[in-house]
Design a protein around this ligand. Structure first.
Ligand code: SAM
Length: 340
């Protein structure tokens, strides 16, 4: 399929829709039907640079089945957007985005004329019912964030949850995420990973949050503001001990930097350097054997949480697995806690 075939095939698809009397409620029409049928959200290639791409035709509009298309967008380098993301953003009825100015630049760059509607932390509860209503009426809605993958420390979870409850398909269009980009270059194990999003900004709460995950044998990933980087690394070093870590900054951008070292050396370096610019992900090695064995407080806390939804036996098994602890010991601890 050549890129220029897309508009032509989309028009053919729309003609078929018109013939059948179906409009936006169709769930079967796909834009590339002369090849093997595409799954929802799999439009074929589109011509990125043609001017006609900017004038969305009725054919393109009706070429996607209704649903929520969760579209990842670049975290810096625009070349990281996928062909499928471009095609989908062009074909949906509306793009729900955090900031129309930010997404507007992206859409303009790829000559996409789809209308946008703001969906962010401050209006989500008010706007969500209207977006749901549009999909229930047969529209295809794309959800994007300012950069990266929606829902990953970004809005979207409740919209996807409401779609699941209403039986509306949510279709992932995977792509860039700072989480995965950092993991890909941190040089730390990736077989078990805990994504923590942003730590609390104040030191006390931050140290408490770190204590709770100290004993986990999983590589830890954090998003962090460069303004808090030095103090955050100092707290990490104090609470987690001397572990390997990687500071990943401005990934995929001009000033991309990956700095590896122990938490102590990184903390010392940033304590004496100017605050770095840009966006930062911290990747930190998981607990080593002795550390993992030591933290009874974490076992107790997880057991108490697990008791809320599980039997004592299941809670013990789950926590033992999560913390990589001997099951018999965690079970004994669970019995003791249950008697308290
Ligand atoms: N949803 C996004 C994703 O999938 O990566 C993350 C959104 S979150 C609001 C923004 C944070 O992601 C930044 O504060 C930074 O920690 C991280 N981030 C985003 N882009 C980055 C980049 N190019 N390099 C390093 N970190 C980045």
């Amino acid at each position: 399929m050549t890129p220029s075939n897309f508009g032509h095939l989309a028009k053919r698809a729309a003609k078929r829709v018109a013939k059948r009397g179906a409009t936006t409620s169709s769930t079967t029409v796909q834009p590339n039907t002369d090849e093997k049928p595409a799954r929802p959200g799999q439009p074929s290639g589109a011509n990125l640079t043609s001017k006609s791409g900017a004038n969305k035709s009725a054919a393109e509009k009706s070429s996607l089945p209704p649903g929520l298309y969760v579209v990842a967008t670049p975290i810096g380098n625009l070349g990281d957007i996928s062909q499928r993301a471009i095609d989908t953003l062009r074909c949906v009825d509306v793009v729900a985005c955090e900031d129309t100015r930010v997404t507007g630049v992206l859409l303009q760059r790829f000559a996409i004329a789809t209308p946008m509607t703001p969906y962010h932390d401050h209006n989500a509860d008010r706007v969500r019912p209207a977006i749901m209503a549009r999909m229930k009426a047969g529209e295809a809605v794309a959800l994007v964030s300012d950069a990266g993958t929606p829902l990953i420390s970004d809005p979207g979870y409740k919209l996807v949850r409401d779609c699941a409850e209403a039986g509306i398909p949510a279709i992932p269009l995977p792509g860039p995420s700072a989480l995965l980009a950092a993991l890909a270059v941190a040089a730390l194990p990736t077989d078990r990973v805990l994504f923590n999003g942003f730590l609390p900004p104040k030191s006390g709460a931050r140290r408490e949050a770190l204590m709770a995950i100290k004993s986990l044998r999983a590589t830890l990933v954090f998003y962090e503001s460069p303004r808090r980087l030095a103090e955050c690394l100092a707290d990490m070093s104090a609470v987690l001990g001397d572990r390997e870590a990687a500071m990943c900054r401005e990934l995929t951008k001009l000033h991309e930097e990956v700095r590896r070292g122990t938490l102590a050396t990184l903390a010392a370096a940033y304590a004496s350097e100017q605050t770095p610019k840009g966006e930062v992900v911290l990747v930190v090695a998981g607990a080593a054997g002795e550390q993992a064995a030591a933290d009874d407080a974490a076992i107790d806390r997880l057991l108490r949480e697990a008791f809320a939804t599980m039997s004592l036996r299941d809670a013990a098994a789950t926590v033992a697995l999560a913390l990589n602890q001997p099951r018999r010991e965690v079970y004994a601890r669970a019995l003791a806690l249950a008697k308290e």
